[in-house]
Design a protein around this ligand. Structure first.
Ligand SMILES: [Zn+2]
Length: 177
């Protein structure tokens, strides 16, 4: 199976709202899940990935909070995920596989409950603290076309935009070289 490329900002698919999955047992959906795991494990340290990040507008997120560099830890998928409760507040330096080379402090809920379906169509609910809670919120945001930079305040966002313009100029130069 081919490993899909991770879409990089400002790819417009990252701004689209993903659609609810109707038939979880569908062969195509099962294949998307496999491809998402492949794409996540290809990165050196990704612990979560949303379907939009491989260009698929479906409400699917995959995680592995226990992954090590070349080894699977505890992979799981949540289909049609919903954050059902939240508690507390945490500020953490966030990054994103789709926005390489940039990180910033984001305020999130410290604990969340997330509900959705596993790949067999069974209803599941999980709780996450700290980094796990942040990751749940970050990936569900992706399904709604929201990126962590949207939670970043004025000055830091201006720095981000400047950096992105520079990167795009360089990419264009390289493309013409
Ligand atoms: Zn991300």
């Amino acid at each position: 199976m081919e490993v899909p490329e991770i879409k990089i900002y400002p790819d417009p698919v990252l701004r689209e709202v993903a659609e609810e999955v109707k038939e979880i047992m569908d062969e195509e959906i099962q294949e998307i899940i496999d491809q998402m795991f492949l794409a996540m494990y290809k990165t050196p340290n990704g612990i979560g990935l949303a379907a939009n990040q491989i260009g698929v507008k479906k409400r699917i997120v995959v995680f592995d909070f226990k992954r090590e560099k070349d080894r699977k830890g505890d992979p799981f998928v949540i289909i049609n995920p919903e954050i059902v409760w939240t508690d507390g507040k945490i500020i953490h330096e966030e990054a994103c596989l789709s926005i390489p080379g940039f990180s910033a402090k984001v305020t999130r809920k410290k604990r969340v409950g997330i509900r959705g379906y596993d790949r067999n169509g069974k209803l599941i609910e999980r709780e996450g603290d700290d980094i796990e809670a942040i990751c749940f919120q970050h990936e569900v945001d992706h399904l709604n076309g929201i990126l962590f930079i949207d939670h970043v305040s004025g000055l830091k966002k201006a720095i981000f935009k400047r950096k992105m313009r520079k990167l795009m100029r360089e990419a264009r130069r390289k493309a013409h070289a």
